[in-house]
Design a protein around this ligand. Structure first.
Ligand SMILES: NC(=O)C1=CN([C@@H]2O[C@H](COP(=O)(O)OP(=O)(O)OC[C@H]3O[C@@H](n4cnc5c(N)ncnc54)[C@H](OP(=O)(O)O)[C@@H]3O)[C@@H](O)[C@H]2O)C=CC1
Ligand SMILES: Cc1cn([C@H]2C[C@H](O)[C@@H](COP(=O)(O)OP(=O)(O)O[C@H]3O[C@@H](C)C(=O)[C@@H](O)[C@H]3O)O2)c(=O)[nH]c1=O
Ligand SMILES: [Mg+2]
Length: 297
């Protein structure tokens, strides 16, 4: 299939492009400066020029704290962008794969969130992502939104790379232990999109494959638990581990509030999409191998 990928150098796009090629698809990937998703004319021109048979939107405004001060930009990229893509895709009759976030929830639920739970974002980033999901599915019902969380990979900005960098520079790391969720490796999210594409092409609106589905890694942990695994893996590859201290959210003030419970129930992904959650500990091993190649073992 001819696949239009929005975003080219982000975490998920970087993992997606080689997988699309390996599966025999012809992919075109666009991002700034050559392409701005928030510009209706540029979206229309991209569809006219590339005549895609499917679209995967890997683009987003993902700076959670900065979004509190750049509300308009966050909403342009995360809400207007998906709406424009949905409109163009509906007109062209092609399905869309999109990604959203655990931050659409307020985190007050005591159990993992299902797709039936009402979102209630506590920050601008989450609010903009929720608006984007809604606008996309309203414009193009033949869309899949994979709501995921804590995305990491060897590329771009993410918690694994932050921990490795700070861990080299500091004797002690303090990491919140009262925010619960699950890391997800970008490679697994890219593979999920590739697995979905043939099915989407054949499915009509109303098919249960379309809609919002939760998909994260497993098992659930906390940011502190994740940091512990990162430093243990780094230590096995020769990096001296800092002392790791568990702290509360109150002890780590940030501009944006984050949900205390980010756990997503992923049973629908396994049952309806045939996408069982992947163990993030295996993803972490591969990520550390890629990042620490050449370091003393
Ligand atoms: N990172 C995470 O922890 C999580 C991410 N997600 C979601 O997963 C998806 C992918 O995230 P991730 O790969 O981490 O994102 P990244 O931040 O790594 O990449 C975002 C991409 O979007 C592009 N982009 C930004 N603005 C525009 C624009 N106006 N027009 C076109 N492209 C643009 C960027 O291009 P450039 O570099 O040139 O700005 C970049 O390629 C997003 O929908 C995100 O919300 C969900 C849960 C967690
Ligand atoms: C760097 C650092 C962070 N933290 C905390 C802050 C925060 O609560 C948590 C994670 O930090 P980050 O800055 O990586 O988190 P954040 O940027 O909020 O990550 C989020 O990004 C967006 C795009 C998403 O969609 C979410 O799923 C989630 O991955 O760890 C510490 O406790 N100690 C530290 O040294
Ligand atoms: Mg870039």
């Amino acid at each position: 299939m001819r696949v239009l990928v929005i975003g080219r150098t982000g975490q998920i796009a970087t993992e997606l492009l080689p997988r699309l090629a390996a599966a025999g698809h012809e992919a075109v990937a666009l991002e700034p400066p050559e392409f701005d998703l928030t510009d209706a004319g540029q979206v229309a021109a991209a569809f006219a020029r590339h005549r895609p048979e499917a679209v995967v939107n890997c683009a987003a405004y993902t700076a959670v704290d900065r979004a509190e001060e750049e509300r308009d930009l966050a909403f342009a990229v995360n809400a207007t962008g998906p709406r424009l893509l949905g409109e163009a895709a509906a007109e062209a009759g092609v399905p869309v794969v999109h990604y959203s976030t655990d931050y659409v929830f307020d985190g007050s639920k005591a159990a993992p969130y299902t797709e039936a739970d009402p979102p209630n974002p506590v920050g601008v980033y989450g609010a903009s992502k929720l608006a984007g999901e809604q606008a996309l599915h309203a414009a193009q019902p033949r869309s899949v939104t994979l709501r995921t969380a804590w995305v990491c990979s060897p590329h771009g900005n993410n918690f694994v790379k932050t921990m490795l960098r700070f861990g080299r520079e500091r004797p002690e790391m303090r990491v919140v232990a009262d925010q619960h969720g699950a890391p997800t490796f970008a490679a697994d999210l890219a593979a999920a999109a590739v697995a979905l594409l043939p099915r989407l092409a054949a499915a009509s609106a109303g098919d249960p494959v379309f809609g919002v589905t939760h998909l994260t890694g497993m098992p659930y942990t906390t940011w502190h638990g994740f940091a512990e695994a990162i430093f243990a893996g780094a230590a096995r590859r020769g990096q001296t581990a800092p002392q790791l201290t568990a702290i509360t959210t109150a002890e780590y003030p940030t501009k944006a509030r984050r949900p205390a419970n980010s756990r997503l129930d992923c049973t629908r992904a396994a049952r309806v999409l045939g996408l069982p959650p992947q163990d993030w500990r295996a993803g972490l091993e591969r990520c550390l191998d890629a990042l620490m190649k050449g370091s003393a073992a």
